[in-house]
Design a protein. Structure first.
Length: 574
């Protein structure tokens, strides 16, 4: 617990926090009015050497302001094209700069302290074919040596799709491999796209050679934690999504995240953001070398840059807000009973649900639907109406009701890393207290037993669980049978320190945690690893994701088919 508190305090004291919406005073500059910019079909993907400035056809688009001696652009001026005055990682070239022949001349470079001219400028020509939208990727390429901040870079013209998938409930995705060798962590060569547990997504996105890209495939929309994997089964880190998160310090020989200082602890866990891929969206998982990592070597008190092949998630068309579709799955938390869950008379899966298992998700259109629970003979056991709105995510939990017969409870899930952390005791205004964590490790707790009226979930030796972001643990305490907490329902665990043990205590009002129920096996962090074989024996202590831990069964089984009380783990993202 001390390690968790130290991590949290470090977060605050260093000001490294995840995407808080700040209400600080801003200096606004009134810009001249200009006609709306029409976008071309050409994008500049700025992922090579550090480049902050852009010139197209001799027209400067950025502010060309020098940073201060620490490297911060405190006085960068907004321009007609960039609100912060500097070029980012992706920019769609305005149509006004594309000549009649479809060409444009590009010059990029950087400003550094003490220099009035661009350093390390690079110039190249691009061509627009309106029938074939194209991205021009400028990436680090060749021997970037692990600590060479500049390195070499190369330009790749990569066509992209902007047309939506054939099935409007789906999204399209592909893998683009622009990795380079040698790589400090030896994360190089052919690449494959995998799900969170390391299962390969499709034969189409397997074994993509360097400099090549796969065809797009279609998948049902939803929340995924895609990863890129080498042919020898090792995972690449992603380039951090939120610059303020402390998740980019790595072991330079493996690319896995590290924690602490003297000694440095290798978590054996690879940074991979969780993201909802929207219906109708088109995405590219792009692999290339990045200098966005740092490494703290043993005995060192300061981190040094580390260049590692890594991946980014890139939207190839404009993501639309999902106002049409929601998702539903079912979980059987009732041992010894064969049941089936259907929606609008269509089963969520073929055959009966196994105890402690979840069905796949079914996509539902906005509106009211009928969810039915039936037994093996087809007899209706329960029925509920479910009103779906865009982006909703629900789980139908099957568990023993008050009379011991199968019952069903519909529980809304939040698969994002967003959360609310109020610093205002009156709670008058929450707009300043919204945060996002890109790689959440969060758990909701349920008590679905037959004979334990109230429980509190704890860490090792009865230690109360505290959300590492806020020191709140109410969503794990005093949980009565069948209760679903809806206000701050999750406990966030640190993605760097994770969880070691989970136990269960029989609590009661005014008594916390209560009496340890020794008959219920404790869970370890490694119980949250879906496929241990992914790590070839070098297991991390846990895997991140969005989970529900449900206490099921009976503390004192009496009837045939009843199971002893135990905790089951359901992971909701893929």
């Amino acid at each position: 617990m001390q390690a968790v508190k130290y991590f949290f305090l470090t977060f605050l004291l260093t000001g490294l926090w995840a995407c808080k919406k700040d209400k600080a005073d801003y200096l606004f500059r009134e810009l001249p009015q200009q006609p709306p910019l029409t976008a071309s079909t050409v994008r500049l993907m700025n992922m090579g050497r550090t480049a902050t400035e852009l010139i197209i056809n001799d027209t400067p688009l950025t502010s060309f302001v020098q940073p201060n001696i620490e490297g911060y652009f405190l006085d960068a001026r907004p321009t007609l094209y960039f609100q912060n005055g500097r070029m980012g990682s992706s920019y769609t070239i305005p149509q006004r700069f594309i000549g009649a022949n479809g060409n444009a001349h590009i010059k990029i470079g950087s400003m550094i302290y003490g220099h009035k001219e661009l350093i390390y400028p690079k110039e190249f020509d691009i061509h627009e074919d309106v029938n074939n939208p194209t991205d021009f990727y400028n990436v680090l390429y060749g021997d970037h040596g692990g600590s060479n901040i500049l390195g070499d870079d190369s330009l790749f013209a990569i066509p992209r799709s902007i047309s939506p998938p054939a099935n409007p409930e789906h999204f399209k995705i592909r893998l683009l491999n622009l990795s380079s060798a040698p790589d400090a962590a030896s994360l190089e060569g052919d690449m494959s796209l995998v799900f969170a547990d390391g299962t390969k997504v499709s034969a189409t996105t397997n074994n993509i050679a360097t400099g090549k890209y796969s065809d797009y495939i279609e998948l049902p929309y939803g929340t995924y934690q895609f990863k890129a994997m080498t042919n020898d089964g090792r995972l690449l880190p992603a380039v951090r999504v939120n610059a303020d998160e402390l998740l980019s310090v790595v072991n330079r020989t493996t690319g896995t995240m590290t924690n602490g200082n003297n000694p440095v602890v290798d978590t054996r866990l690879t940074y991979a953001p969780i993201r909802t891929f929207q219906p109708g969206g088109v995405y590219t998982i792009m692999v290339c070398a990045s200098m966005s990592f740092s490494s703290l070597d043993a005995g060192s008190s300061s981190a040094s840059p580390a260049g590692i092949n890594s991946y980014r998630i890139i939207a190839d068309n404009k993501e639309a807000l999902n106002i049409t579709y929601g998702r539903l799955q079912a979980v059987n938390a009732m041992p010894g009973v064969s049941v089936s869950v259907s929606v609008d008379s269509k089963p969520l899966q073929e055959g009966a649900m196994a105890f402690s298992k979840a069905t796949g998700y079914k996509t539902l259109v906005n509106g009211t639907h009928t969810v039915q629970l039936t037994d093996a003979s087809g007899k209706k056991l329960a029925e509920q109406s479910l009103t779906i709105q865009g982006s909703d995510n629900y789980t139908a939990w099957v568990y023993p009701g008050e009379n011991g017969q199968p019952a069903m409870k519909l529980v809304a899930n939040n698969l994002s890393g967003s959360f609310y952390l109020s610093s205002n005791p009156k709670g008058d205004d929450g707009s300043n207290d919204q945060y996002t964590y890109s790689m959440p490790f969060k758990i909701r707790f349920l008590n679905l037993t037959t004979d334990i009226p109230e429980v509190t979930f704890t860490g090792a030796n009865g230690a109360l669980l505290n959300d590492f972001l806020s020191f709140r643990g109410g969503s794990s305490q005093h949980i009565s049978r069948g209760q679903v907490i809806t206000d701050q329902p999750y406990i966030f665990f640190s993605p760097l320190t994770g969880i070691k043990k989970l136990g269960v205590y029989a609590s009661q009002p005014g008594v916390l945690p209560g009496d340890w129920i020794q008959e219920i096996p404790q869970l370890s962090g490694t119980d949250f690893i879906a496929r241990p074989e992914l790590y070839a024996g070098l297991l991390p202590a846990y895997e991140t994701g969005v989970y529900t831990v449900a206490l099921t069964g009976s503390l004192h089984p009496k009837n045939a088919g009843e199971a002893a009380a135990s905790m089951i783990i359901i992971k909701h993202n893929q």
